[in-house]
Design a protein around this ligand. Sequence first.
Ligand code: FDA
Length: 308
Amino acid sequence: MNPLRSLILAAAGNDVIRRVVATAPVSRDVVRRFVAGETTADAIEVTRTLADAGLTVTLDYLGEDTTDAQLAEQTVRAYLEVLDALHAEGLAHSAEVSVKLSAVGQLLDEGLALSNASRICAAAEQCGTTVTLDMEDHTTTDSTLRVLDELRRTWPWVGAVLQAYLHRTEEDCVRLAGSGSRVRLCKGAYAEPASVAFQDMHDVDLSYVRCVNALLAGDGFPMFATHDPRLVPIAEARAEYHGRKPGSFEYQMLYGIRPEEQRRLAALGHTVRVYVPYGVQWYGYLMRRLAERPANTAFFLRALTSRT
Ligand code: FDA
């Protein structure tokens, strides 16, 4: 892995760095490039703007690796609140939610995460929308897929995320490519060892293409989550090869990244879903976005040093 990427991902777990970044006066402005804001109202406002521009949304209430049941409960309540707000504002047809199981208790007890995720799924169903389970580091993959299978017994529309950098993912794609199955395919954002993940970005890209094919060959609903200017047209070409029409798969991108490409794809008639994070716990998320692109780090450091 690129040494700068490893360094930034290591910083994501460092408490001293976390305090410095979180309290720097300029952080808030910089964070806003990637995060909608801290409140439900901020999330709704950004959702409306994106929906008005012809895009769809998946909302992520920021937080992860919770080892406190109270915090897990707060996260569940935040999701219930935002789902109510989406419904009340007439936005439930344009926006769903993305949930990290580690934010709702997975590290404490898988059963707690399942029961909390079930409450969110039940609320989403009532509001007329869906839920996708984000995928975290590889130590949680089996647990997350077990919870997914369980949730799908009641809510077959619950979406999964698979990460192309893991050696196992092509097989997971084949298993999850069945009818009604919603699968978001991304490259993967965590620092993973060579024993489980491809280390060379070219190998990750090749794996991504194999996974695109596996998902498109099935009867499910693939969600291609990438900003990669080479992979987007490859996904498009493979979709055409497999006889997929726009509407039988979608593209997904992160809030603040390649917004012009998001609008271009939507103008071609594709469903484009923007992943919109919000909430006060933006630190881990921000660090992963910085790690993806050295230019972001330069931008961030410039902003920090120019005002402090
Ligand atoms: P890559 O990183 O190679 O970037 C390709 C190009 O995209 C870059 O050259 C640049 O132009 C642009 N770009 C990418 N990232 C950028 C950034 N941060 N800032 C500016 N430009 C950037 N991961 C995970 O492990 N679990 C998950 O659940 C999810 N969920 C998820 C949802 C959605 C909707 C997306 C789009 C992504 C995720 N991810 C994720 C993150 C994913 O694994 C991956 O880390 C990022 O999407 C970056 O990978 P790309 O495919 O964009 O390629």
